[in-house]
Design a binder for this molecule. Sequence first.
Ligand code: 4H6
Length: 253
Amino acid sequence: MKKKYDNTFIWFKIITIFPEMFRAITHYGVTNKAIKKNIINIDCINPRDFSKNKYKSIDDRPYGGGPGMLMSVEPLYLSIQHAKSMLKNAFIIYLSPQGKVFQQNHIEQLINKKKIIFICGRYEGIDQRIIDNYVNEEWSVGNYILTGGELAAMIMIDSISRLIPGVIKTKKSIEEETFSKNLLDYPNYTRPKIIRNKSVPEILLSGNHNKIRLWRLKQSLGKTWKNRPDLLKNKLTKEEKILLDEFKKEHKK
Ligand code: 4H6
């Protein structure tokens, strides 16, 4: 009988009271394909299953008072023990607004972890002693507040997974991406040539590859200058400066 060898690249285990939310990545698109190909594995542990309480409650009041609740310690603690026993030597990440802000360049270090446990906080968060005792890194996906850590965990899993070899086809498309070259993408066009009187920029139909390259670079520089001037802090080449000046002139009213 044919025996499949284990080629799983990363095991993700998620501690969440809303495991169904993760269908958004387990059932759709590229992440769904990666699971089917056994490149990644995603499964959940629900603290509610570890609640010994009659009402299966999973929230508790904070010492010191104040508004809101925290996640109960005991079900969370048991969930982490269980996750750790199933995923030996896993790296443990806690998602919270207090975390270090996750960016494209952080993916490299996380992709090498192979086994990652995510703890998704709800209510006002979790007891600090759980963070101190178990959490390896605390991450935030951006400067905004969410109702729970689940969406943040999915963002991290999605962005990490797509960089695993075999998950998306072309290596080139990754190297060309916005954050690896510090410029935003140029505008793209596909068929038809004319939509509601709007035509594709003539130059893209010219077949002149150098002109097309320069046009795209100019659009990238212009878009970055408009929307993300912070990315242009690193010095531009002479060619890039000229192109950006042209863009500014062309877009002055
Ligand atoms: C932990 C602690 C992550 C998790 C507190 C989570 C934003 C991010 C949460 C909270 C998150 C992010 C619960 C505090 C709601 C505020 C869940 N929000 N919060 N940027 N929320 O990665 O109230």
